[in-house]
Design a protein around this ligand. Sequence first.
Ligand code: IYR
Length: 337
Amino acid sequence: MDAHDLITRNATEVVTEEEVRALAEDPDGKRVYVGYEPSGVLHIGHMLTATKLIDLQEAGFEVVVLLADVHAYLNDKGTFAEIRETAERMRDQFLAYGLDAESTEFVYGSEFQLDEEYVLDTHELEVSTTLNRAQRAMAEIQGGDTAKVSHLVYPLMQALDIVYLDLDLAVGGLDQRKVHMLHREQIPAMAGESDHDYEARPCLHTPILADLDTGVGKMSSSSGTTISMEDSAEDIAEKINGAFCPPTRDPEPDDEGNERENPVLEIFEYSVFPRFDTVVVERPEEYGGDLEYDDYESLAADLESGELHPADAKGALADSLNELIAPGREVLRELDA
Ligand code: IYR
């Protein structure tokens, strides 16, 4: 796979296509980041963006993982001390998941976000951004029902992180796109207090997985079923077994007319096939014997034709996820020992 295909595979959106193409011409040593509000245990949403970071490392990028402790604090995720403690646990889980230790830099937000220049730049953005704009940027990220002042400062700081971490590319789930658009519009207009480069950076957005049980709406770590590094092989098998998986890529809307996706196929596409050369579906001889897939397309086609039964697809998905999660589960066990 060439660098451009590796960089953009499974991306829902790249902004702009032209800028990302220019990066793909010479990706060696270029810097990309994802930021995460520390939560202690990685879940399958973290793993999806981490899979994209692994693609980018393979293409030659240096990866920065921002452990966004100040952002988690602004989003009301606990006391600062609690957040710091959970952040420390995440680093080892990311490495266990497959990020290359040599080319991954872990940075705490608080290492640079409390510096004078950064704070002054944040204030500059507070002056130049309307309340409405900041609130819209935050709509899909905000935790809790009531908007607080901190929720307005949050996206401004995130837009500034891309400058202060000297990045060439920002990656995030599609829920981050409005913050990235704010970055692209507001940053080049800044007077700027630091020596950093205030040019707008390209952005790449990964898909958001559908709710595992229903296929309706987004999977969430705070409600519904999610899969995490804490899950045992049995937990994973049970959760995937209960997942919504009709034999199609385009399920019919539900009774209330809500759009639905096939989350089992999504996880195969975005998290499993990027990490495995082949996926084996084990079946007894009497049901036709094992099936082997080298790519997502052939597996999805077999599910649609009836050649692959949803129950067998789920079994193979649970096994693959378990293989990806096992090293991180071990890390957590050691941390808690
Ligand atoms: N908004 C992210 C966390 C975050 C991401 C980046 I990229 C930052 O520079 C800062 C925070 C989330 O929703 O988890």
